[in-house]
Design a protein around this ligand. Sequence first.
Ligand code: 7PM
Length: 276
Amino acid sequence: MRQAAKKKLADTKSPAVMGVLNVTPDSFSDGGQFLDEGDALRRAAAMVDAGAHIIDVGGESTRPGAQKISLQEELDRIIPVVAGIAKRFDVELSVDSSKPEIMRAAVAAGATMINDVYALRRPGAMQAAASLNSMIVLMHMQGQPDSMQEAPHYNTLPGDVIDFLAERVSACVASGIERERLIVDPGFGFGKNDRHNVEILAKLEQFADLRLPLLVGLSRKKTLGNLTGRSVQDRGAAGIAAAVIAVQKGASIVRTHDVAATIDALAVIRAVATSG
Ligand code: 7PM
């Protein structure tokens, strides 16, 4: 069944929606230690009902400004949720992590995709990914999460980002990872200011040069807030606009917090694309 889901995703002509499932401790229950697995599974169920093709489970260890958590804590947060979703739902399961131990445990628990914001540059990550039979998202990030927004700089956009991704693809292939397992992502907001993000979106069709599926994540990000003056929970419409532009320019996976609205937007795109 996992294999069938993977094939379906690879074969599908229309874009896939990846729903974001942040698995963080519930600060209301016991001061930030207790993780409500049932709540995470309910949020996963709602995204599956809304039509998500992929669920991206993350423990928030590599997010900018996020508190560093131990390997054991990240395992404790992520693995039960991955196992619970794999058992209950026929959905592609992604794990948002840069740590080899998490990648291995998540795939053993049913994850079919590794989403690594470091693009397998952390120690042991490349070897771990090579040894697993999962899809791999290679995302561009300039700098490190805690300082990447201080003074991002590019000579050419999106050329610098495309060159980085091409280098990571080559490194993966040299390590024995099949090209067919790779997905690329410009990494909106990761070492990029608003002007950088907008320029990358405007020229997104250039990523087709990489000849790999393209994933984009703009959902709720600060650039959308700065463009609209909206706070994080009110950026849904801006996120849909960005997702529609991205798909029209060739994106095949949209990572979003707003699964139902994104599914609706893609239905309109599909109708227009297949008309006449
Ligand atoms: C704070 C800042 C919290 C940024 C969360 C974030 C992406 C990702 C994230 C992306 C891929 C968010 C981000 N963004 N993985 N993980 N692509 N592949 O807004 O754009 O969810 S974390």
